[in-house]
Write a protein that binds this ligand. Structure first.
Ligand code: ARG
Length: 471
């Protein structure tokens, strides 16, 4: 059989043009969605009397056979048939004869491909919400196991104030919660049906778009036919959401790499998530963390790539838009890999509590608390800051830490010091003194863990709603 659009042409397509313009090598990924969309479309054609019911039934049966062949690897796609839509249509016609040619009534590849992409991303968004939830579960488990683990908190990568290690982990739980909510919100814009827009202007056939939407589980249909076929915002939005998730993972990776260095030795990553060196026998490298950090680059690249493709594109469909796919598939694969590995990497990570404690004992991260002590004695904070700055400088010159100073030494800097300063400087006290909502005091972190669990409950309910809808 010749090309499905061959009528207007007198010459064969140039071989290189065929290869250059074909998308089948990558859009075959959309085979399931393409058939799902076609099944709904043809059901509607039959129901609306646009084609006879028995033809619709034959086409449905044929599409199912084609799907089986694709699933079993029995269908070879050809570049000559350009893309997944025409490969499937051709296979359908070969399977059931010319009646298969009725499938494309009232439809264009423009609204068809957009529909496929919506169906595809809808599934992925549900999957990624599930994977983020698993990662939160792993973080929460580590947080609960580290509610009494004190570690230096940093700003400028300089020791700042001691915090609970659980508090640090819970920061990531919050970030991933925002990621979950962003994906859930984007679902509203993904779950809209473009089909029925035709090539750009609608169709002359009395189709029922809302019926198709309902069959496919879409919450609504595109308002405007031009917008329906030229909108790729929902893909940009997904790529942006994926970029932010990768940003969060990448920041975490950087910390895991630092913490697992001999210099920090705060954590040890499980052997299963590290690799060795081909030359240095002693090495255990945090490759997974490094690679997730590194792969963040391509995910950003895919976002900028698509934005650039869309910039200045006139309405409605342009072939440029075929470039929306490879980056999206790549981002899906990259994010899947990163999230699947991350949860078990966090679960199996060993936390070196003693080493963290040692670090806290040997720093000045309790300095703010001495300043606050003087403030509580009535000194303006600015003056207290100056005094403690001098106290710290004295310590550095003497090779001491604040807890090593005698009361007489403290009093050299201010007569307001008394014995009460010593308990204030204990790391537990320093941590628990920050007893504000969202702070690092253990009561606050415990409450935060509880609230995060509650949010996870909401995520589970959301996932169940979509999973039970069989989307
Ligand atoms: N392979 C095309 C794409 O991915 C499908 C739509 C083609 N439409 C067209 N008018 N050439 O964008």
């Amino acid at each position: 059989m010749s090309k499905l659009w061959g009528g207007r042409f007198t010459k064969k397509t140039d071989q290189l043009v065929e290869e250059y313009t074909a998308s089948i090598l990558f859009d075959k990924e959309l085979a399931e969605e393409d058939i799902q969309g076609s099944l709904a479309h043809v059901t509607m054609l039959g129901k609306c009397g646009i084609i006879p019911q028995e033809d619709a039934a034959k086409i449905q049966e044929g599409l199912r056979q084609v799907l089986d062949r694709i699933r079993s690897g029995g269908l070879t796609f050809s570049v000559e048939d350009e893309d997944i839509h025409m490969n499937i249509e051709k296979a359908l016609i070969e399977t059931i004869g010319p009646v298969g040619g009725k499938l494309h009534t009232g439809r264009s590849r423009n609204d068809q491909v957009a529909t496929d992409m919506h169906l595809y991303l809808r599934r992925r968004v549900i999957e990624f919400v599930g994977l983020l939830d698993k990662l939160q579960e792993a973080l929460l488990e580590q947080a609960r196991a580290n509610l009494d683990t004190i570690v230096p908190g940093y700003t400028h990568l300089q020791r700042a104030q001691p915090i609970l290690f659980a508090h640090h982990l819970m920061a990531y739980v919050s970030m991933f919660q925002r990621d979950i909510e962003r994906l859930q919100d984007s679902y509203k814009r993904i779950n809209v049906l473009p089909l029925g827009a035709g090539a750009l202007a609608g169709t002359t056939f009395p189709i029922d778009r809302h019926f198709v939407a309902e069959q496919l589980g879409f919450d609504g249909v595109y308002e405007n036919s031009l917008d329906a076929v030229s909108d790729r915002d929902f893909i940009v939005e997904f790529l942006a959401n994926a970029s932010l998730i990768m940003t969060h993972l990448s920041r975490f990776c950087e910390e895991l790499v630092l913490w697992s260095s001999t210099e920090f030795a705060f954590i040890e990553l499980d052997d299963a998530f590290c690799t060795g060196s081909s030359i240095m026998p002693q090495k255990k490298n945090p490759d997974v963390a490094e690679l997730v950090r590194g792969k963040t680059g391509r995910v950003y690249g895919n976002l900028v790539g698509l934005l650039t493709v869309l910039k200045a594109l006139p309405l409605a469909y342009n072939k440029d838009m075929q470039e929306d796919k490879e980056g999206m598939f790549d981002t899906v694969k990259t994010l899947q890999g990163a999230l699947q590995l991350f949860a078990p990497m966090v679960t199996t990570m060993k936390v070196n509590k003693n080493r963290m404690r040692q670090a806290v004992n040997q720093d000045f991260s309790n300095a703010t608390d001495i300043a606050d002590f003087l403030v509580n004695k009535g000194l303006p904070f600015r003056e207290a800051h100056e005094i403690i700055g001098k106290t710290v400088l004295y310590c550095i010159q003497q090779g001491k830490y604040l807890l090593d100073l005698s009361l007489d030494e403290f009093r050299q800097f201010s007569p307001l010091f008394d014995e009460g300063i010593y308990p204030v400087l204990q790391p537990e006290q320093v941590v628990n003194a920050r007893n504000v909502y969202g702070g690092t005091a253990s009561a606050q972190v415990e409450a935060a863990v509880g609230r995060a669990e509650q949010k996870r409950g909401e995520t589970t309910a959301w996932l169940e709603r979509y999973e039970s809808a069989g989307l």
